[in-house]
Each structure stands twice: as structure tokens, then as C-alpha cells.
Design a protein around this ligand. Structure first.
Ligand code: HXC
Length: 273
């Protein structure tokens, strides 16, 4: 699939700023994380992406590799972030095949729309396990390798729901609050050893599956909601990819322990939904 560069990266970045760098991404075949990875690869990085679905992950890896001639992108399927051994094996393979790990995106997440009494305790736990334990496992498995990098950085992909609470997303909001907290502790504990860790909190992103579903079933709701977003539009995967490139670039080197909503100020209106 040919993906025009203007759909995932602004024209403000220089070629090869991530030359010889390696990025390790959980949930790397997903809508947002695949474009974060593509942007990094386009700008010189090699990548290892992980997912639970082998064929989807391998296809995404091949596709992302087309962003730059000579790019190496490994797709590791059947990797469940709830199992730390699975991540440790993937990190070891990444280091063996690509030479190290400089940047990590903890992007794997579970999500469905459901009321608090409409889901089982196991459903709640499943989202907590994927999002919170999965982020912890990703960091645990990659820290030994990051400590050998000259530019070790972590980004967790979170959300903005927990700033106000969110109906039908209580499980996700609770999980993402924990992810934010975990990243703050990583920044404090590993900052002195050179690692920076930040959160990107995407707002309403037009291209996600959930949004596409809503757009086809309730287009009027999508249009009405856009008017409530202070920046006047939905976000794009490009907005998230650009923020990622900034944080991983030298320009972002002193940003540590921060939660960065990329949401057009949307969360400030959340209470009014
Ligand atoms: C209610 C549900 C459910 C649903 C699953 N469950 N889907 N309950 N509504 N739609 C329940 C099941 O019945 C089960 O409980 C428990 O959850 C575990 O389900 P499994 O299918 O066994 O789990 P698993 O195979 O691990 O699936 C995980 C999943 C799945 C989260 C449930 O939907 C998934 O992996 N989805 C793909 C990933 C995804 O959604 N990515 C989008 C992330 S975007 P019982 O009691 O029956 O055993 C994101 C955005 C955040 O997170 C916000 C950004 C702005």
C-alpha cells in the first residue's frame, strides 16, 4: 500500500535524523502506532513492531518498510504484552537483528465501549492487564537494552478520558490513569540513568477504527462533535506521529516525565459531553 508522506508526517523534519536508531513498538500494527513507526522509519530509524495477530503484524511491518529505501522493519506476531517472557524474547530478537533499542513506544491497548455494570470483572481486568501490565512489561523488557543506548526514550500512548472520567470507558480511563502514573515513576527512577519517558495522550483521532465505525453509522454525531473540539477539527494520525518525532528527536531531549495531550484542547471540553 502506498501511503503519501503528507498523510503521516509534516514537511518540517530532516531526512535521517534517526539514522542507525532502532524503535521497538508494541501495538505497532494499529492505526496510530503504525503511523508513529512509519514516521520514525521515514526519518532513518529501523523498527521492530509487535502484535498479537501474526499476519496483520507481518503485513504492517512490510508496509512500514516501504517508507524508506533500505529500511529494516521486523514484525513479531503472536506477542502478548500481558506475558513478559514474550516481550523479553522479542526485545532480544530486535537487538540481535537490528543492533539495539533506542526508542520504545508502549502502544498496545484494549478497548471497547461498555457500561460499568455491562462488563464482567474479567473484561475490566483484561483492559487493565493489556494497558497497565502490558506497558510495565514493555518497559521492563526493554530497559536493559535502552540503558546501552545514547538516546534512550520511552513514549506510552495513553488517552485523556481519565482527566474528567468518561461514561462507557471506565475500564479504559482507569487503565490509562495508571499508565500515566507508571510513566511518571519511570522518568524519576531512570532519568538519572539517561532514559526519558513521556506520555502522548491522543484526543479524538479521525482515522481510528472506532471513529470510522461511528462515522458510517452516525455521521451527524461525528459532525456535531467536531464543532465541540476547540481546535475545530478531529485529530489525525499525522498529529500523533509528528508529536512522536518531536519527543524522540534531539529537540525533545529535555522533556521528561510529561503527559502531552495531542487533542486540540478537546479534553478541556470533556466535562461538557
Ligand atoms: C464487553 C467484552 C467485550 C465487549 C470482550 N469482552 N469484548 N465485554 N464488551 N465489546 C470481555 C469478554 O467477554 C471477556 O470477559 C473479557 O472481555 C476478555 O475477552 P477476551 O476476548 O477473552 O480477551 P482478549 O482476547 O484478550 O481480547 C482483548 C480485548 C479485545 C480488549 C477484549 O477487544 C481486543 O484485543 N481488541 C483489540 C485491541 C483494541 O481494541 N485496540 C484499540 C485500542 S484503542 P468474560 O467475562 O466473558 O470472560 C484505545 C484507545 C484509547 O485503547 C482511547 C484513545 C483516545
Amino acid at each position: 500500500m502506498s501511503v503519501p508522506e503528507s498523510t503521516y508526517l509534516s514537511a518540517v523534519w530532516r531526512d535521517n535524523i534517526f539514522k542507525d536508531k532502532v524503535i521497538f513498538v508494541t501495538g505497532g500494527a494499529g492505526t496510530i502506532c503504525s503511523m508513529q513507526t512509519r514516521a520514525m522509519v521515514r526519518l532513518g530509524a529501523n523498527a521492530c513492531i509487535l502484535g498479537r495477530n501474526a499476519s496483520k503484524t507481518e503485513a504492517a511491518a512490510k508496509d512500514i518498510a516501504t517508507a524508506r529505501p533500505g529500511a529494516k522493519v521486523i514484525g513479531i506476531g503472536e506477542c502478548d504484552v500481558r506475558k513478559v517472557e514474550s516481550l523479553e524474547a522479542a526485545a532480544a530478537r530486535c537487538v540481535k537483528e537490528l543492533g539495539g533499542i533506542d526508542f520504545v513506544i508502549a502502544g498496545a491497548a484494549g478497548n471497547f465501549v461498555a457500561s460499568i455494570d455491562g462488563i464482567s470483572s474479567n473484561a475490566f481486568k483484561t483492559v487493565m492487564d493489556i494497558d497497565v501490565l502490558g506497558t510495565y512489561n514493555t518497559i521492563k523488557a526493554t530497559i536493559p537494552h535502552l540503558l546501552r543506548s545514547s538516546t534512550p526514550r520511552i513514549i506510552a500512548v495513553s488517552a485523556t478520558f481519565h482527566y474528567t472520567g468518561m461514561p462507557f470507558q471506565a475500564h479504559v480511563a482507569a487503565a490509562k490513569a495508571s499508565v500515566d502514573s507508571l510513566i511518571a515513576s519511570v522518568a524519576l527512577e531512570y532519568g538519572p540513568r539517561g532514559i526519558s519517558a513521556n506520555v502522548i495522550a491522543p484526543g479524538p483521532i479521525a482515522e481510528t477504527e472506532g471513529m470510522a465505525r461511528l462515522a458510517s453509522s452516525k455521521p451527524e454525531q461525528i459532525a456535531a462533535f467536531a464543532k465541540t473540539i476547540p481546535s475545530g477539527r478531529y485529530g489525525t494520525v499525522k498529529d500523533i506521529a509528528d508529536a512522536t518525532v518531536f519527543l524522540f528527536s534531539d529537540a525533545g531531549s529535555y522533556i521528561n516525565g510529561q503527559i502531552i495531550p495531542v487533542d486540540g484542547a478537546s479534553w478541556r471540553r470533556q466535562g461538557a459531553y
